[in-house]
Design a protein around this ligand. Structure first.
Ligand code: SPV
Ligand code: MG
Length: 289
């Protein structure tokens, strides 16, 4: 069976989240980077808004359209057999937009989406700026509209609160997380941009709903998966590590190429054409005459 014909990516993701082990997702922005994530052994791919925006050399600030994000997620899900979780930022508008988003992503076979409680247009959580949130009732209305729209029970709706990113404190973060779980979200992501995992570990310690918790340890990268699993997290998302590796690797290679004036200078450190063909699923082998 080709990856695009594989059934039920949402059900695969649900099954993984029901299990005892921490599920690991990694960020990607196109079919190739999704395939690299799958090849590295991750169980899911995060169709990262930051990565997709960066792939257009644009800021992560609600600049791309829903269709552009959807096409990117579709290319990823088509390339791989593991589930894609699509970062849908604020859901591209109000409850009607969220319902349309759910319908559109589900129809394209994507396993699930994540929607956050920032005001549209949003800016990336790492931006040193004011992060405004919509009122709780506005966001629970989006969750309910999205959940009411899905055609199968399998599609996953992850609700994300930016309360800690906005500096609103633990009570606000937990209050919002509980309200979102009670509104029907399938999993909750409490985002944090703290340097220390302490904040996020406190969230897990206080969590009192039977809804899985998701974490994105970008700034608190010192934390180990063992700690996250022991704290009760079900899903860890390494949101942008592939993108950052690509920037470093491509920059170093192109700088060396520019300096040496010969492809031979970089040949040992770049993928072979055979590997490129293999990643493309090419039906032929590479031949040099
Ligand atoms: C993304 O990868 O686009 C995310 C995670 O939403 S973060 O960049 O930390 O906001
Ligand atoms: Mg994002």
């Amino acid at each position: 069976m080709t990856p695009s014909a594989a059934p039920g990516r949402g059900s695969t993701l649900r099954h993984l989240l029901d299990g005892d082990t921490l599920v690991r997702a990694v960020g990607a922005h196109n079919g190739l980077t999704a395939r690299l994530a799958e090849r590295a052994g991750f169980e899911a791919v995060w169709a990262s808004g930051l990565e997709v925006s960066a792939s257009y050399a644009l800021p992560d600030a609600s600049l791309l359209s829903m269709t552009q994000f959807l096409d990117a997620a579709d290319a990823m899900q088509t390339a791989i057999a593991i589930p894609v979780i699509a970062d849908c930022d604020t859901g591209f508008g109000g409850p009607l937009n969220v319902a349309h988003t759910v319908r559109s992503y589900e129809r394209r076979g994507i396993a699930g989406i994540c929607v956050e409680d920032k005001v549209f247009p949003k800016i990336n959580s790492f931006a040193h700026a004011h992060h405004a949130l919509v009122p709780i009732e506005d966001f629970t209305a989006k969750i309910k509209a999205g959940k009411a729209e899905q055609a199968s029970d399998d599609f996953l709706f992850i609700a994300r609160t930016e309360a800690l990113v906005a500096g609103l404190g633990m009570d606000e973060a937990l209050g919002r997380a509980r309200a979102y779980a009670d509104a029907g979200a399938d999993a909750i992501l409490v985002h944090s941009v703290s340097r220390s995992p302490a904040q996020i570990l406190s969230v897990a310690a206080a969590w009192d709903r039977d809804v899985p918790l998701v974490t994105v340890p970008t700034t608190y990268s010192s934390v180990h998966e063992r700690q996250l699993a022991a704290a009760g997290f079900k899903l860890v998302i390494y949101a942008n590590h592939g993108l950052r590796a690509a920037i470093t690797g491509v920059s170093a290679t192109l700088a060396a190429l520019a300096e040496h004036g010969s492809g031979a200078a970089v040949e040992p450190q770049i993928a072979t054409m055979s590997e490129v063909f293999e990643l493309q699923g090419s039906a032929w082998t590479y031949e040099i005459h």
